[in-house]
Design a protein around this ligand. Structure first.
Ligand code: ZN
Length: 308
């Protein structure tokens, strides 16, 4: 019944492969020559391909059958022919070393396509460290080295030509850092990295993906009569140093050590909520999650982070 479902184009070939007769010791003729050649090609020595199914051919058939988990009866029936054909079928060509594709990636991009890029670069010997999905300075250096080695313009932007040489196909959008964003040095857990930031309503900036999400959230809040006023979003190292000093002096709110604030990674923002009883806070509590924003500091109802 399965054969009916096969494409008609395949049917003649299947019939041809099924054609060889059942052979056993003592047989002779062209199909024994075929058998002997296939055994030899599969790595089992049947002696000379003389068309005589003698003791050496029998031993080779039994060894082959055993190796393939077939009954080692020395009789070459459909199963053994099929296994021989499979063992000697021409191998598909190795995957081409080029022909890859993917979304354009540059410093500041993040997500699965970046992770795939990093894994590929690591595998090719252009070490980027952990494949964390963040296109930072190490990834940039690796991309440029790869581009240079491949005779491409070493601009650090992974476009069609670079993907082609990388030889992998990657799908899915990345966070485009180029959508009006500008690349700045941010900090995540004390480690500097290039991030793309974009403006949000009110004039502050956030990491571009967070900015896009906040802009959508801001518009939705506006439609509900809520104004999300942002007091602080992305902070440069200098801005964080000032806040931290104020905190140490006892003249400012709790502030993380410079380099360690999520405001410096561009994902945090302080919204003027005015306490947890306000309509602004209640709107956020009900809807922020839809836009990827969550509260992360229990003592700070104003502090929200983009963690989609
Ligand atoms: Zn904050």
């Amino acid at each position: 019944m399965v054969a009916i479902a096969r494409s008609t184009a395949l049917a003649p070939r299947v019939a041809a492969l099924a054609a060889p007769p059942t052979l056993r010791a003592g047989a002779n003729g062209p199909s024994v020559v075929t058998l002997q050649k296939k055994l030899a090609a599969a790595g089992f020595n049947p002696g000379a391909a003389d068309g005589d199914f003698g003791p050496k051919t029998l031993a080779a058939v039994k060894a082959f059958q055993q190796a393939k988990g077939l009954a080692a009866d020395g009789v070459v029936g459909p199963k053994t022919w099929s296994a021989l054909n499979a063992a000697t079928a021409p191998k598909p060509p190795p995957p081409a070393s080029s022909g890859g594709s993917g979304p354009t990636l540059r410093v500041g991009a993040r997500g699965e396509p970046v992770r795939a890029l990093q894994n590929r670069l690591n595998a090719l010997g252009y070490k980027v460290g952990a494949a964390d999905g963040d296109f930072g300075p190490k990834t940039l250096a690796a991309v440029k080295a790869f581009q240079k080695a491949k005779g491409l313009t070493a601009d650090g932007v992974v476009g069609p030509k670079t993907w082609d040489k990388l030889g992998i196909k990657v799908q899915g959008p990345s966070t485009p850092p180029s959508s009006g964003g500008r690349v700045v040095t941010g900090y995540v857990n004390g480690v500097p990295r290039q991030i793309s930031i974009s403006s949000i309503p009110g004039g502050k900036s956030m990491r571009s993906d967070a900015a896009a999400a906040f802009t959508r959230m801001h518009a939705a809040a506006s439609r509900a009569g809520i104004n999300l006023h942002v007091n602080s979003a992305f902070r440069s190292m200098e801005e964080q140093r000032v806040l931290y000093q104020k905190y140490l002096n006892g003249t400012g709110n709790l502030a993380a050590k410079p380099g360690y604030s999520n405001h410096q990674g561009g994902i945090a923002l302080d919204i003027n909520v005015g306490g947890t009883g306000t309509s602004t806070y209640k709107w956020l509590a009900a809807h922020a999650k839809e836009y990827g924003f969550v509260r992360t500091v229990p003592s700070e109802p104003w502090h929200w982070e983009f963690r989609p």
